[in-house]
Design a protein around this ligand. Structure first.
Ligand SMILES: Cc1ncc(C[n+]2csc(CCOP(=O)(O)OP(=O)(O)O)c2C)c(N)n1
Ligand SMILES: [Mg+2]
Length: 282
C-alpha cells in the first residue's frame, strides 16, 4: 500500500488509468447505440461499414487526436482524412457529441432537414476534412496533407482511415510509394480490416489470401502493426505508441474489425453492406 509514483500513490495512479479506460469503453458503447438508433430510425443505408470503424474513431476523437471542438479550423489540429467515406455515420455521431457540428444535423441525418450527405463531403466548419465518396482518394489526400506539414514545418499529425477493399485502388499504392520515398513519417494510416468489400468477401474478389494485404504493405517497405479493431483502449495505446516511434516511414495500423458489429443479423454478412436491418440490437 501507498507506494509512491511521480503521479501520487500507486493505487491512485492505477485507479486513474482504469477510470479513463472505463470512460472510453462506455463512450464507445454509447456512440454505437447512438449510431444504431439514428440510422435505423432514419433509414440510412451504410450502417454496417460505419459500425466497423466506430471504435477506431472513438479512440482518435476521445483520446489520441489533438483538436479544438469549438474551433474546427484551428491550424494546429491533427487531421483525419476519412477515406472510406460511405462509413461516416459514426464520425457524424462523434462530431455531434463533441459539439463540432450541430446536434440537429445528425438527428435529422438522411432527411431533407439535414445537410449531411450519405457519403461524407468536405465541410470544415463541421470538422469534415475531405470528401472521399469515390474510394481510393483519401490516402493520396492524406499523404499530401502530411507532406505539406513536413514542408511547412507544421507539427500536426495526419490520420487516414481506409477500408481494406478500397485499398485495391491503384491510387492508394501510388500514394504509399510516395510517402515511403519521401519519408512522410507524420502520417498514420489505419486500415479497417473487416475482410469485406461491398457485397462480398475480399478473398472472393481480388486478394489471393487473407495475408495478401499485409504482404503487400511489407513489400512497399512498411511495417504494419496489428491491433484488435474493437478494443478502444488497445487502439489508443497502439496509436500513441506508433505515433511516438522514431522512423522516417509512414505508420500503418491494421485493425481487425467486424462489419456491422452491434447488430447481430448484420455482423459479417455481405448483403448488409447497404441495407436497413430487420433484427434487434445485440
Ligand atoms: C471508386 C469507387 N468504386 C466503387 C465504389 C462503390 N463502393 C462503395 S463502398 C464499397 C466497398 C468498399 O469496401 P471497403 O473499402 O472494404 O469498405 P467497407 O465497406 O468494408 O468498410 C464500394 C465498392 C465507390 N464508392 N467508389
Ligand atoms: Mg472492408
Amino acid at each position: 500500500m501507498g507506494t509512491e509514483t511521480p503521479f501520487g500513490s500507486r493505487e491512485f495512479y492505477i485507479k486513474q488509468v482504469m477510470d479513463k479506460s472505463e470512460v472510453l469503453k462506455n463512450k464507445a458503447k454509447a456512440i454505437r447505440n447512438e449510431v444504431i438508433r439514428i440510422t435505423t430510425r432514419n433509414k440510412a443505408g451504410h450502417i454496417a461499414p460505419s459500425l466497423s470503424c466506430l471504435d477506431i474513431l472513438v479512440a482518435l476523437y476521445y483520446d489520441v487526436m489533438s483538436y479544438r471542438p469549438e474551433n474546427s479550423v484551428w491550424k494546429g489540429r491533427d487531421r483525419l482524412i476519412f477515406s472510406k467515406a460511405h462509413g461516416c455515420y459514426a464520425l457524424y455521431a462523434i462530431l455531434s457529441d463533441k459539439g463540432v457540428m450541430p446536434k440537429k444535423e445528425w438527428e435529422n441525418f438522411y432527411k431533407e432537414e439535414s445537410s449531411l450527405l450519405g457519403c461524407m463531403e468536405r465541410k470544415l466548419e463541421y470538422g469534415l476534412e475531405a470528401g472521399c465518396g469515390s474510394l481510393g482518394h483519401g490516402l493520396p489526400i492524406a499523404v499530401g496533407v502530411a507532406f505539406g506539414a513536413l514542408i511547412k514545418g507544421s507539427h500536426y499529425h495526419t490520420y487516414c482511415v481506409v477500408g481494406d477493399g478500397e485499398l485495391q485502388e491503384g491510387s492508394a499504392w501510388e500514394a504509399l510509394q510516395f510517402a515511403v520515398k519521401h519519408g512522410v513519417h507524420n502520417l498514420t494510416v489505419i486500415i479497417d480490416r473487416n475482410k469485406l468489400q461491398a457485397m462480398d468477401f475480399i478473398v472472393n474478389v481480388l486478394d489471393r489470401d487473407e495475408d495478401a494485404l499485409v504482404k503487400k504493405l511489407e513489400g512497399f517497405g512498411l511495417t504494419p502493426v496489428a491491433c484488435p479493431g474493437h478494443d478502444v483502449v488497445q487502439l489508443v495505446e497502439c496509436m500513441k505508441e506508433i505515433r511516438l516511434s522514431i522512423t522516417n516511414m509512414p505508420k500503418v495500423i491494421v485493425a481487425d474489425t467486424v462489419k456491422g458489429l452491434g447488430m447481430k443479423c448484420m455482423e459479417n454478412v455481405p448483403k448488409f453492406h447497404f441495407r436497413i436491418p430487420v433484427c434487434s440490437q445485440m
